[in-house]
Design a protein around this ligand. Structure first.
Ligand SMILES: [Zn+2]
Ligand SMILES: [Zn+2]
Length: 163
């Protein structure tokens, strides 16, 4: 049986000991805090019904920007360095002359994503945060933890407005 883990929100198969293979916590350990939570993947520029994403309350017309940013500058620099080393090992000096002058040059590589989600006044006032589970910049999708009522309403709403 596949269940949604109340800690990491991955869909995992239920084991006899209840341990989630993704986060190693017990899937039966449902508490006051995570009881009403679930996960939803949302796409950039998507629209939503007027329900608070955090507490599930209705009549929420305000939208709040949820954004994610990832700076890859250091990683690409590291990759380039590894390349230079590989070439040097293979072709000796050729590798170094070809790639040597690229070293030390920082290529600015960054990715970001922003989506406006419904958040009620109360959650804003209480500075409630939206937990991000993962971001897939390639397909402009962000997976976040939401209130179960929001998820249900989103499903009903999506069906109603699906083309
Ligand atoms: Zn888990
Ligand atoms: Zn709220």
């Amino acid at each position: 049986m596949i269940v949604e883990c109340p800690h990491c929100f991955n869909r995992v198969s239920r084991r006899e000991d209840g341990i989630c293979l993704a986060c190693r916590k017990n899937v039966n350990d449902v508490n006051e805090e995570n009881r009403n939570l679930s996960a939803v993947s949302i796409v950039e520029e998507q629209d939503f019904p007027d329900f608070c994403i955090i507490c599930g309350k209705d009549n929420v017309s305000a939208r709040y920007p949820l954004s994610s940013y990832h700076d890859l500058t250091r990683e690409s620099e590291y990759k380039k360095h590894a390349w230079t080393k590989a070439f040097a090992a293979l072709g000796g000096l050729i590798g170094i002359t070809m790639f040597g002058n690229e070293l030390g040059k920082k290529v600015k590589t960054e990715r970001s994503l922003k989506v406006d989600v419904p958040v009620c006044d109360e959650c804003l006032k209480n500075k409630k945060e939206i937990r991000t589970l993962n971001v897939q910049y390639e397909i402009r999708t962000i997976k976040v933890v939401v209130h179960k009522n929001f998820k249900n309403q989103l499903e009903i709403w999506s069906e109603k407005y699906a083309l």
